[in-house]
Design a binder for this molecule. Sequence first.
Ligand SMILES: Nc1ncnc2c1ncn2[C@@H]1O[C@H](COP(=O)(O)OP(=O)(O)OP(=O)(O)O)[C@@H](O)[C@H]1O
Length: 265
Amino acid sequence: MNSSTLRAHAPEAQRLDPMIRLRQARVTYPKPEGGTRTVLHDIDLDVPTGQFVALVGRSGCGKTTLLNMIAALVEPSSGSIEVRGTTAREARPHLGFMLARDALLPWRTAQGNVEYGLELRGIDRATRRQIARDWLGRVHLGGSERLWPWQLSQGMRQRVALARTWALDPDVLLMDEPFAALDARTRIAVQQEFLELWQSGPQRTVVFVTHDLGEAIALADRVVLVGEGRILDDVEVGIERPRDLESVAAHPRYQELYERFRASI
Ligand SMILES: Nc1ncnc2c1ncn2[C@@H]1O[C@H](COP(=O)(O)OP(=O)(O)OP(=O)(O)O)[C@@H](O)[C@H]1O
């Protein structure tokens, strides 16, 4: 395993570095037949503030469990995890989530879905309307505010989910295969919009789980390969930004990393 020293984008980064720190974090689950099974083995991982890190690996290797630990949905059985210098649970109000299934509320319009989290935070109606409209505009859904989820394409639904996540102004974005359900063309468009939002920062720390090695290299600052519950490789991508996702696959570094990881995925 080689652990890279990586840059942080945000000017305020140093105050909270690292944003995420795991030390010897282990996760075990009970087996139906009795006893336990270790699905993450003593993980050490630091994610600097503002870094975009992708977790890749074969199905069942433990990527989602690692993400869920950062989200305080899974407790480590031993070892420790800190997020924003505190426990993962205390950091939860500062985390944003995005999954492959957009989980839009069917009884709310696009606008209502983006407003939902703001409403839960007690933000007044006029302000949350303004924030939601602004974010919907930034994901190219200006004019679609009143549409219901069933009237939206899958790409539009994921854009609403992006707007909903960004509107809460999270310090850390936890994303589990967020673009996996999109067709190839829509996926590139939504990925590009996502990168543009992220780069227009203040840049947030992103932990991004994907099966898709190409997506990981194209989007992230750093790719961490997980295998059988361990970190097997950990590399800085080093492709300059801003990146054009239509052409990034031709970059020599992209190809080098693709070859490096391909056999393991
Ligand atoms: N709540 C649970 N109880 C018992 N075992 C679990 C639980 N959640 C996950 N596992 C097991 O832990 C292992 C890691 O699962 P995890 O979902 O983290 O993998 P993954 O790499 O995200 O897989 P995929 O890419 O298929 O989503 C798997 O073998 C899975 O069956």
